[in-house]
Design a protein. Structure first.
Length: 64
């Protein structure tokens, strides 16, 4: 009975460690993807601001 308990505890510990390592790997990939998305959003906002400024200048020139 003691050997069975030790075996079950060993299997449970091994399973827990294996599952934790599997769950942690995608988190680093997800954080890299999130950072890339944030950087892309910042660039898109800058481009949108630039385009808006150019459009305003063109509209002002045309209306004058």
């Amino acid at each position: 009975m003691k050997k069975l308990s030790l075996l079950l505890v060993s299997v449970a510990l091994f399973s827990f460690i294996s599952l934790n390592s599997c769950k942690q790997a995608p988190k680093t990939e997800e954080s890299a993807v999130e950072e890339a998305i944030e950087e892309t959003e910042e660039v898109i906002e800058e481009v949108a601001d630039t385009v808006e400024a150019v459009v305003e200048e063109v509209v002002e020139e045309v209306t004058e």
